[in-house]
Design a protein around this ligand. Sequence first.
Ligand SMILES: Cc1cc2nc3c(=O)[nH]c(=O)nc-3n(C[C@H](O)[C@H](O)[C@H](O)COP(=O)(O)OP(=O)(O)OC[C@H]3O[C@@H](n4cnc5c(N)ncnc54)[C@H](O)[C@@H]3O)c2cc1C
Length: 401
Amino acid sequence: MEFDVIVLGGGPSGSSCASFLSKTGRKVLLLDRAKFPREKTCGDGISGRSVSVLRELGILDQFKKVEHEDMFGVTFSSPNGIVVPVAAKAKTSPGFVCRREVFDNVVFNHAKSVSAKTLEGFIAQDLIFDGQRVVGVKGTHEGKQVEFKAKVVVGADGAAGITARKLGSVNDDPAHQCSGVRCYYEGVEGMEDKIELHFVKEAIPGYFWIFPLPGKKANVGLGMMVRDIKKNKVNLQKIMFDIIENNPTFKPRFAKAKRTTEVKSWLLPYATKRTKIAGDGYVLVGDAASLIDPFTGEGVGNALISGKIAAKVINEAFVENDFSEKKLSQYQNQLFDLIGGEINSNYRMQKLSNNPFLLNLVIGRAAKSNYVKGVISDALLNPHDHAKLVDPLFFFKALFS
Ligand SMILES: Cc1cc2nc3c(=O)[nH]c(=O)nc-3n(C[C@H](O)[C@H](O)[C@H](O)COP(=O)(O)OP(=O)(O)OC[C@H]3O[C@@H](n4cnc5c(N)ncnc54)[C@H](O)[C@@H]3O)c2cc1C
């Protein structure tokens, strides 16, 4: 069977790409090994960037009908235990928390509804090449070998998929990868309408999160760079339980809480490692393209936006009948024109956040200074304002504000 475009992976990146492409009239096949709704290990935080793409897809309102919790800011805490809630400066919700099993199902079904042909339960094993050019995907479906061909293949198969691996574009660099553990609790006290990122001393150089869900339920987890986990022989799960059971800030909040799921772990390939994400007959999007924000660990927004930009460039490739690396790498250029600056500044933020002294300074000052709080709030709302947080002048002003 021949299609215009095969999208391998029906997570946010693949479903966004398939939806935008289907709207241009391209014949799209969207493949996934899972059957939706399916679980995905994640913090479930859906940022303002994600919201803007969901609005463009016309599906933002659908989330009002499913279990989610609107978020209006971030609560930080420092290694010395200062807790600072920072409200986002927006009238409407800048983001929300929604279990990925629910979230991805909405985004995947939208792709289906705008006429992408979908096939669930297809396990991709290899790419099909014509010389250097990618021309299809082969794998199994219900135990049978199947092959699909297309002018362009979109690798949207996540951090452990086959496409980046087969194309030599995997980010497996421990200095540019994070590992995260997460589970769900119910009965967590003291949650507000804000996601919580805690730079507690037990977790440095990493962070502990509590992302609120309705009814005192929460997504709880801990993330740390793979390099540091290896170097310090860290057991993330053990540290997470230690914080929950013994840290004076969190122990009372979890005193009556009950863990409702097992702890799961997964990798976060950071966008600080630039890999080749376009070539003859293919592009990579989302985690397959290593696009996760190196400070916040947020990847859904960049997954959705990469799917959108890839769809635009692929559509142009059809108009020009040019599926070469030269044409398709316009996707890589346009994507990094948009997100490159923010990734660079958030990389600097990541390095600063490994320093307990600076964390105590900035979060401690934020507790007392509206100026510092305002800069953090701007940075939360507008990714381009993250640069303000790593400006040396900000630290100078923070000290004396
Ligand atoms: C612990 C943790 C916490 C996180 N927290 C957040 C957060 O709070 N907010 C946020 O924005 N981001 C977060 N992220 C990052 C976010 O989960 C990813 O960036 C996002 O899921 C990327 O979407 P994607 O569509 O590229 O890949 P995925 O969502 O991983 O989807 C890939 C799809 O490909 C399919 N697939 C894989 N291999 C094959 C194959 N061989 N054949 C067929 N199909 C295949 C899979 O079944 C899957 O459906 C977190 C990540 C982790 C690990």
